[in-house]
Design a protein around this ligand. Structure first.
Ligand SMILES: Nc1ncnc2c1ncn2[C@@H]1O[C@H](COP(=O)(O)OP(=O)(O)OP(=O)(O)O)[C@@H](O)[C@H]1O
Ligand SMILES: [Mg+2]
Length: 223
């Protein structure tokens, strides 16, 4: 499976925030780094159609994020936001995880939810109000609620920014062990060293694309 971004330019109003970005992603682990405002989150949101490009195209497995195939792309590319509160939709932890499974037969849901909560160490919180979880637990819940839907690709936009050291390590370990493809946007330069390929953005341009060590060196050189 591949994600193809072809000739993508994106504007918010008159402001150009991505300029002619072309890249084909086939690796298991792709990191995205760059300065604040360089266009990383915009790029990440393009990958599952949360943002549609002003010009150019994004296709996942040959399906465009635009038009009728968009819904299918959004199902196959899960997205995790920096702020889990933006993503947690239901009152209790178990209900939030079950929400992603609302298209399954009802009888199949409890078992899937229990297994997912167990994987993320949230089994003891199943019936707790989601808004009372700690920041780290909320981030785990957000990840859990996306992954329970079994996306083929997971795009994470700074998933550890709000977390303490322990939860950061926990989330990075979970991401490292996932069978899914992961695209990780981050300011954590240690975390990107574990990726297969790293993209560096600067002022809306893709300015480096290659091995993690060289990418970090390039980014540091820009600063
Ligand atoms: N919805 C929006 N409307 C208008 N401008 C936006 C919107 N979202 C982002 N921008 C602008 O687009 C530019 C790129 O933003 P983006 O969020 O992609 O950057 P980023 O690299 O993720 O930055 P950060 O590291 O701070 O998260 C910024 O100048 C930002 O102000
Ligand atoms: Mg961002």
């Amino acid at each position: 499976m591949s994600i193809e971004v072809r000739g993508v330019t994106h504007r918010y109003g008159d402001r150009v925030v991505l300029r002619d970005v072309t890249v084909t992603l086939t690796e298991q682990r792709v990191g995205v780094i760059g300065a604040n405002g360089s266009g990383k989150s915009t790029f990440a949101r393009l990958l599952n159609g949360l943002v549609l490009p002003s010009s150019g195209s994004v296709t996942v497995d040959g399906r465009s994020t635009r038009g009728r195939s968009g819904a299918e792309v959004r199902r196959s590319v899960g997205f995790v936001f920096t702020d889990p509160d933006a993503q947690i939709l239901m009152p209790t932890v178990a209900e939030d995880v079950a929400f992603g499974l609302r298209d399954l037969p009802r009888s199949a849901v409890p078992e899937r939810v229990a297994a997912a909560l167990d994987t993320f160490g949230l089994a003891g919180h199943a019936d707790h109000p989601a808004h009372l979880l700690s920041g780290g637990q909320k981030q785990l819940l957000a990840l859990c609620s996306v992954l329970v839907t079994e996306p083929k690709v997971l795009v994470c936009d700074e998933p550890t920014t709000l977390l303490d050291l322990r939860n950061t390590r926990h989330v990075l370990k979970l991401l490292a062990e996932l069978p899914q493809r992961v695209v990780l946007v981050t300011h954590d330069l240690d975390a990107v060293l574990a990726m297969d390929r790293v993209l560096v953005f600067d002022d809306g341009r893709l300015v480096f694309d290659g091995a993690p060590g060289a990418a970090v060196e390039f980014y540091v050189g820009l600063v």
